[in-house]
Design a protein around this ligand. Structure first.
Ligand code: ZN
Length: 196
């Protein structure tokens, strides 16, 4: 087997040295309201990003927003493959999402899950490509675009910074199915997961 291509990291690698923290779950107040914009790009923000990366890795996720470790900050990190399987890694503060419109708008109905509602996946229709602009950890502009799971991830994580969880986007029947799967898997995800 050929080696997988190195991840695309157009703005540099993700910060390391953070500590995995317990993941905040749906229902916590911080997850259901818009997050505070980032205005100061300092060591505290970098330390938060490093903890988010460590938590995402420990939980085997492809993306994580700050509210998912209980922080009211409009920022997310991701390490996610596109439709070719190639990963892109990045950090976005104050994300603004652009989705295809008109004839370019095609929906992809693939499985989606959320680390803040672990152990459950259901189909969720979303546009099959997306781009996000914002700022990086140094306050400079960043832009990411992609298809496949990366398109889904960019939409899902931007949603988190606005206080929307993907359950909010599901019809009642799918939401019930999601709840059932989550309840069944609850024992695998104690409150401290994935810390410690
Ligand atoms: Zn999520």
């Amino acid at each position: 087997m050929p080696d997988a291509p190195a991840p695309l990291a157009p703005y540099g690698p993700l910060p390391t040295g953070g500590t995995a923290r317990p993941i905040t779950r749906w229902g916590a107040e911080v997850m259901h309201r818009p997050q505070q914009p980032v205005t100061v790009y300092d060591d505290a923000l970098r330390a938060l990003a490093a903890d988010m990366v460590a938590t995402m890795v420990a939980a085997d996720g492809v993306g994580l927003a700050a509210c998912q470790i209980g922080e009211d900050v409009a920022m997310f990190v991701f390490d996610c493959p596109d439709s070719t399987g190639r990963h892109t890694v990045g950090i976005v503060c104050n994300p603004e999402l652009t989705l295809p419109e008109g004839r370019d708008r095609q929906l992809d109905e693939s499985e989606e899950g959320c680390l803040s509602f672990p152990g459950a996946f259901v189909d969720c229709a979303r546009p099959d490509s997306a781009s996000v602009t914002g700022t990086g950890l140094d306050g400079e502009p960043v832009e990411f675009a992609g298809d496949g799971m990366l398109a889904r991830c960019l939409q899902h994580e931007t949603d988190h910074t606005r206080g929307t969880v993907f359950g909010d986007r599901l019809p009642t029947k799918a939401r019930k199915k999601l709840q059932k799967a989550h309840d069944k898997a609850a024992g695998d995800f104690p409150p401290e997961w994935p810390a410690g």
